[in-house]
Design a protein around this ligand. Structure first.
Ligand code: ADE
Length: 263
């Protein structure tokens, strides 16, 4: 997949392409990355990429002309044009599903905004999708683009060793992942759950599914609302909810202020 990132700080991406799974994807020819310097598409002596906002106000806005030229130039190189994503806190929030959708594109063009944002005409005329990585404001879209690209690249078929590892990731089936353990068997008095040492692969798989479900119930119950549960999962959740209720009742009954004679 061709991936181009349009930025005024292309050097920020040098390290990103050179490490871990991303590096492997690039080395294996599964990803052809390109950091494109927007400044190279300016036509003035000072290579200006920003300007004051119409209507006044503080902050600067990214000028449309260099950006438009940069986008056109990349599209010309990509056979299919390339799906164009603007990184902005105003965009749809990145999810595993969005990452999977982007991983199915033939080519991707990420635009990294700086300053107060990019001229709206770029969004109207050149952007296919606006993407945020969360409800907070970064100084620019570069780190956000790296987050999005990392999530996307690991989902491109062939990038991860076993086809299974991406399927097992948290969120891939709507649940959080179970805990992981490696050696030593006991660390600071904390032992690895016995079942993982049993060699019974079916029992281990059942335990992992159950722990995934319980982790999700405890940490992110909202995820369960959007997910169809099978019979076994419903039964596990019923048992855990009952147990949780009993614990909470017990705690409430033993609070100091619940003893007779106390306020
Ligand atoms: N640029 C600045 N903040 C951002 C965010 N939260 N997500 C995407 N791009 C951004």
């Amino acid at each position: 997949m061709h991936i181009a990132v349009l930025t005024i700080f292309p050097a920020m991406f040098d390290l990103f392409w050179e490490h871990g799974i991303v590096r492997r994807a690039v080395a294996g020819g599964l990803v052809q990355p390109q950091a494109v310097d927007i400044r190279a598409f300016t036509r003035d002596r000072h290579q200006v990429t920003d300007d004051r906002p119409y209507g006044g106000g503080c902050g600067m806005v990214m000028k449309p002309e260099p950006l438009a030229r940069a986008i056109e130039s990349v599209r010309d190189q990509f056979n299919d044009g390339g799906f164009t994503v603007l990184m902005t806190p105003r965009g749809d929030q990145l999810s595993q599903q969005t990452a999977a959708g982007l991983a199915r594109q033939q080519g991707l063009i990420f635009i990294c905004g700086r300053y107060e944002g990019v001229d709206a005409r770029i969004v109207h005329r050149h952007v296919d999708y606006e993407l945020s990585i969360g409800d907070y404001v970064l100084s620019g879209g570069e780190l956000a683009a790296m987050v999005a690209m990392d999530a996307v690249i690991r989902l491109i078929p062939g990038v991860l060793g076993g086809a299974q590892s991406a399927q097992r990731d948290s969120f891939s089936d709507g649940l959080l992942e179970h805990e992981h353990y490696t050696r030593p068997r006991v660390f600071e008095g904390d032992a690895v759950p016995e079942i993982l040492l049993s060699g019974d692969h079916q029992a281990i798989e059942r335990w992992r599914r159950k722990m995934s479900l319980i982790e999700t119930l405890m940490r992110r119950p909202d995820l369960l609302e959007n997910r169809a549960l099978d019979e076994r999962e419903t039964e596990i959740l019923r048992q855990w909810s009952q147990m949780l209720e009993r614990v909470l009742k017990h705690q409430a009954a033993h609070r100091p202020d619940s003893l007779p004679g106390r306020q």
